[in-house]
Design a protein around this ligand. Sequence first.
Ligand code: SF4
Ligand code: SF4
Length: 156
Amino acid sequence: MAKKTTSRAYLARYFKRCITGPISLLQGLSVTLRYFFNPRKIVTEQYPENRKTLKMHSRFRGSLELIEDENGENVCTACGICERACPNASINILATKNIAGKRVLGRYLYRLGTCTLCSLCVESCPFGAIRMNQKFELSSTDPKDFDLILNQKEGR
Ligand code: SF4
Ligand code: SF4
């Protein structure tokens, strides 16, 4: 009796799969056909062929960069808040003084190699002077390439 029940259950499963299998196949094929007739909806990026036109999504975090005002001057005031906010010391603010004796940014040192792209520095800056950029090809075999000076002008 038990053997009869087992074989019935097996047959039920078999026939169920005979029906659900082709349905699943048709569902997959419908997706393929939909993209075939609407190629604009395809989200797959043809990288690296599309390197020049590729745009990352708005929330992507590439690396840290300084923001400049309309005169091309860094907005950064060298207050050092971002340096203190960074959890792994990836930022060093080297301040200097300008001719008027005012504290200004000397060098903004940024270590991309240790940066976790957490963006805490960006969020902590009270002047909106830094942001995460959209650069995505940042790999290098030379560790020196990850030690960056975000501003090149000194003692302004
Ligand atoms: S980036 Fe912002 S928080 Fe950091 S030193 Fe400059 S002004 Fe201060
Ligand atoms: S993104 Fe995070 S880890 Fe990188 S420099 Fe800013 S605070 Fe530091």
